[in-house]
Design a binder for this molecule. Structure first.
Ligand SMILES: Cc1cc2nc3c(=O)[nH]c(=O)nc-3n(C[C@H](O)[C@H](O)[C@H](O)COP(=O)(O)OP(=O)(O)OC[C@H]3O[C@@H](n4cnc5c(N)ncnc54)[C@H](O)[C@@H]3O)c2cc1C
Ligand code: SF4
Length: 329
């Protein structure tokens, strides 16, 4: 049983003041689980549910601004998101369950942590427990020679191979979202590509937020006229399951050739995985399956596998090809 102090903030200033010594809680669908498992032990919880960050607004340049407290369900069913950013709506609806999506927020989804089974063991990283460099640096990585079927094949290090679990963030990577944050030192923006960190030698550092910083909004740039997007998620069962592999694609085809292309993958990377290699292989090329396959090969060329997750390489390639075929059909 953990004890903690609880307060509610109805303004950003109050939230920032309260967070100096504690953590924010939004939908609670990740943080409460992690507290019950003793993975996280915040001394203070600042409930940010009353914050007025619940709007989805058009930006003057045609982009979209999403408040950090917008629930995943509301974002997925928003008319403008469905029309102009289908990849995001589809990614959100492929995640978790309706009940969870009704609680989960945009900010909380960006901050969700890996589902690595060792990471979530209450005693991981302690003497006698499983080694987990993410929980306790220097204690090893039980997944390397243990159960790693769900683990990453891209962006791994010899310290950690944990997969980033979010679907929403993969769509946001393909959409080149920009995260707006506010903290003790003022406001700043972080490109989604820089928001999540590779594990390297510091797998316990997962994102670019400084202590006490609050995500206030996520901005989506306007897509080029005529671009279409889609999200495909492959998993062990049809719902309520994390991705084995997923692909978010944004494509514009003119005269049979690809004129704009963004590709990101989920389920295979230690962070939401934008594939510049796949994009370079497709830019200006004919919109045909053999080119999609070449792009998928490029996307997975640097994959590093363990015996239990080697199947993901071919699965992810087929996922990218099928997503591209669907969106260009
Ligand atoms: C059973 C189950 C299945 C799931 N399946 C999927 C799935 O298939 N795909 C998928 O993508 N996700 C899945 N999820 C994860 C789910 O999407 C996340 O739990 C949810 O998005 C987290 O949002 P939240 O608002 O509840 O976050 P919280 O639990 O409230 O917070 C999570 C973290 O974010 C921080 N935080 C929250 N808001 C802010 C903010 N504005 N600024 C700074 N920090 C903030 C908190 O301090 C905390 O560290 C699943 C979860 C569960 C429990
Ligand atoms: S993969 Fe990462 S999170 Fe999982 S046990 Fe290894 S160090 Fe911990």
């Amino acid at each position: 049983m953990q004890t903690f102090q609880y307060s509610k903030a109805d303004t950003v200033d109050k939230a920032l003041a309260g967070a100096a010594t504690g953590r924010f809680i939004a939908g609670g669908t990740t943080l409460v689980d992690l507290m019950k498992l003793d993975v996280e032990q915040p001394k203070t919880l600042v409930d940010i549910n009353p914050l007025p960050l619940v709007k989805i607004e058009k930006l003057p340049d045609g982009g979209l601004r999403i408040g950090a407290m917008v629930r995943n369900s509301d974002l997925a069913w928003d008319t403008e998101v469905q029309k102009s950013y289908a990849v995001l709506s589809q990614a959100l609806l492929s995640g978790a369950s309706p009940q969870l999506r009704n609680m989960a927020t945009t900010g909380g989804n960006l901050m969700q942590r890996t589902r690595c089974v060792y990471f979530r063991e209450p005693t991981a990283g302690t003497p006698g427990g499983y080694g987990c460099n993410k929980r306790a640096p220097g204690t090893g990585c039980a997944a390397m020679d243990g159960y790693h079927r769900m683990h990453a094949v891209l962006g791994t290090s010899d310290q950690c191979i944990a997969t980033h679990p979010s679907d929403m963030c993969v769509a946001m990577a393909a959409l080149e979202a920009v995260v707006q944050v506010e903290g003790p030192n003022g406001q700043r923006t972080i490109a989604i590509a820089d928001f999540h960190k590779l594990p390297g030698d510091t797998p316990h550092i997962e994102n670019a937020l400084e202590p006490g910083e609050l995500i206030t909004h996520v901005d989506l740039p306007k897509l080029p006229e005529g671009a279409h997007s889609a999200y495909l998620k492959l998993r062990d069962r049809a719902s309520y399951e994390f991705a084995l592999a997923s692909a978010a694609v944004v494509v514009k085809v003119e005269g049979g050739r690809i004129r704009y292309i963004r590709v990101a993958m989920g389920g295979v990377g230690t962070k939401p995985w934008r594939s510049h290699e796949a994009e370079a292989a497709l830019e200006g090329k004919e919109s045909i399956e053999s080119n999609f396959r070449a792009a998928a090969e490029a996307a997975l060329a640097e994959a590093k596998t363990r015996p239990g997750n080697a199947f993901k390489v071919e699965l992810a390639k087929r996922c990218v090809v099928r997503a591209l075929k669907t969106v260009t059909a």
